[in-house]
Design a protein around this ligand. Structure first.
Ligand SMILES: Nc1ncnc2c1ncn2[C@@H]1O[C@H](COP(=O)(O)OP(=O)(O)OP(=O)(O)O)[C@@H](O)[C@H]1O
Ligand SMILES: [Mg+2]
Length: 317
């Protein structure tokens, strides 16, 4: 707690009176910190975690894009954007972690609830607006441009090639029945990656992690949070999260008012769906193999991994 207070004082010049641990997401810890006037949401990526470099390396590239969107689009008040530090950065760090400070959103996370009709319309408009912007915006987007490379595939393949004795026995028991399926999916995704690299697809700003734990309702407004996956990519990078929803037709009718000629590219859809499946599987494996966790937490991650592998066997990708 003390180091949280020190970070806030040193890098944001805020004198904190309260620090309250929050239920964070998968990848980071979170605190509600307050001074006399207001509450803030502090996200902490621990340096001890294998996923931290990947999740924090692009902060200085994607946050200026969010700031531009907040100031120049209808997304103002509908997205969460970190505060600047005293030295003009969007993150700061010490030997323990990387820190990002946000306004505290009073409200509730949608999580496993369904969206109401109003929320469906608001989400559809947020995504339509987001996708209406591309590389024409006056902020550099090169660093977040989709190249259809899949950086984690090599290490995933390397892990799948390992012999029984080179992996913890419970992990080996869990994954080995699924290895042929995983190889199949990897091959499909690699072929699509190769093809999509050669296509000249329209690219738009995409969130790329549109699940309901990244949606909050605050007053009358739905807010889209957790923008660390922001990319300049084909719209299918977001549409994979919407296509199976009961409101997809309504979403499309709103979307097509802005982009009349839009039609789904099935190859891009299969690519992003397959890539996401593999990525989720890899992230659970990475945690189990490289992070430290308590016994109970390890069981939870093993169960998530089991579920992901099961979905794969039902050929739902
Ligand atoms: N600014 C905020 N104010 C209040 N609560 C927030 C705020 N930002 C996030 N939260 C809450 O914290 C949870 C985790 O935040 P966030 O999604 O940003 O973290 P994460 O670690 O990146 O999660 P994941 O990687 O699993 O998507 C959210 O689901 C939400 O409930
Ligand atoms: Mg999240």
């Amino acid at each position: 707690m003390e180091n949280v207070k020190m970070i806030l004082k040193e890098h944001y010049d805020i004198n904190i009176t309260d620090v309250l641990p929050q239920k964070g997401g998968w990848a980071s810890l979170a605190y509600k910190v307050s001074n006399e006037n207001q509450g803030y949401f502090l996200k902490v990526y621990e340096k001890s975690r294998a996923s931290t470099p990947k999740l924090t390396v692009l902060v200085d590239q994607y946050v200026p894009i969010l700031v531009w969107l907040m100031q120049n689009s209808f997304l103002k008040g509908k997205i969460s954007v970190p505060f600047l530090t005293n030295s003009g950065d969007y993150k700061c760090e010490d030997e323990y972690g990387v820190y990002l400070l946000y306004e505290y959103i009073e409200g509730r996370t949608i999580g496993d609830q369904d969206l109401t009709e109003t929320q469906v319309r608001q989400l559809s408009k947020i995504i339509t607006e987001l996708h209406s912007h591309g590389e024409d915006i006056p902020v550099e987007t090169d660093a977040i441009k989709e190249d259809f490379d899949i950086p984690f595939l090599q290490i995933l393949l390397h892990t799948l090639h390992k012999k029984k004795n080179d992996l913890p026995s419970d992990i080996w028991e869990l994954i080995h029945p699924y290895i042929p399926l995983l190889y199949d999916l990897i091959q499909t995704v690699q072929e699509l990656s190769h093809n999509l690299k050669k296509c000249d697809l329209r690219m738009a700003l995409c969130h790329t992690d549109l699940h309901y734990w990244n949606l909050m309702q605050s007053g009358q407004q739905l807010i889209l949070i957790d923008w660390e996956g922001l990319k300049l990519a084909p719209p299918e990078a977001d549409l994979i999260f919407l296509v199976n929803k009961p409101y997809f037709d309504e979403f499309l009718s709103i979307y097509q008012k802005t982009d009349q000629n839009f039609s789904i590219n099935p190859e891009a859809m299969t690519f992003y769906r397959g890539k996401r499946r593999l990525e989720d599987i890899w992230e659970f494996l990475e945690q189990l193999l490289y992070d430290k966790q308590e016994e109970q937490e390890r069981i939870v991650i093993m169960n998530y991994l089991r579920e992901e592998l099961h979905v794969l066997s039902e050929n739902l990708y």
